[in-house]
Design a protein around this ligand. Structure first.
Ligand code: 4NP
Length: 179
């Protein structure tokens, strides 16, 4: 991993997770039809490529409720398919029990992050919230994953570039032998 936005608090949290038998990760965005289901799919692909399926449980959810029950946005699925991903998550909203059921809750941008802090039942639960940008290389020049919903093809490709980089870095950080 090259330089990223990872802070000391996140480093400490990641360190505590490395010894766990099972690591449960929830990716969160606004609609749960573009960025977070893509993050879910990309992270699953990284885990599969490393033969680590038994160690990870990955899911995604939205802070909003506009698209509950929907497949990911068709544009996100098309751009993902070009890189070999199948994004087939069924949209759901974040629920309070997510703070019990997941170890890491990863918002895509600052607005998602604020909404998660407001939903978190305890300060201990709030410690599980780590923005995706902390896992993305500084050289990307992005400190959030931008919403592609009102953008063109470039917006979706940018999301995939940032997520592939961030998910690779996150997986490496969670390896028991990493620093
Ligand atoms: P996402 O993108 O948060 O990456 O899933 C969006 C999808 C839908 C809407 C907003 C953002 N919407 O307003 O419907």
């Amino acid at each position: 991993m090259t330089d990223s936005n990872l802070n000391d608090k996140t480093r400490e949290l990641i360190h505590t997770l490395r010894d766990k038998e099972k690591i449960r990760i929830l990716f969160v965005c606004l609609g749960n039809i573009c960025r977070s289901p893509a993050a879910d799919g990309v992270m699953n692909a990284v885990v599969r490529a490393n033969g680590a399926e038994a160690r990870f449980e990955i899911d995604s959810a939205g802070t909003g409720n506009y698209h509950i029950g929907d497949l990911p946005d068709r544009r996100m699925r098309v751009h993902g398919a070009r890189r070999g991903y199948t994004f087939d998550h069924i949209c759901r909203q974040v629920r309070p029990s997510d703070f019990d059921n997941f170890d890491l809750i990863i918002p895509m941008d600052a607005s998602n992050e604020r909404n998660l802090h407001a939903l978190a039942p305890t300060t201990e639960a709030e410690r599980k919230i780590v923005p995706m940008a902390q896992f993305i290389d500084l050289s990307s020049r992005y400190d959030y994953v931008p919403d592609p919903y009102y953008e063109g093809a470039e917006g979706f490709e940018l999301v995939l570039d940032l997520l592939e980089n961030g998910c690779d870095n996150l997986f490496q950080l969670l390896q028991t032998n990493s620093k």
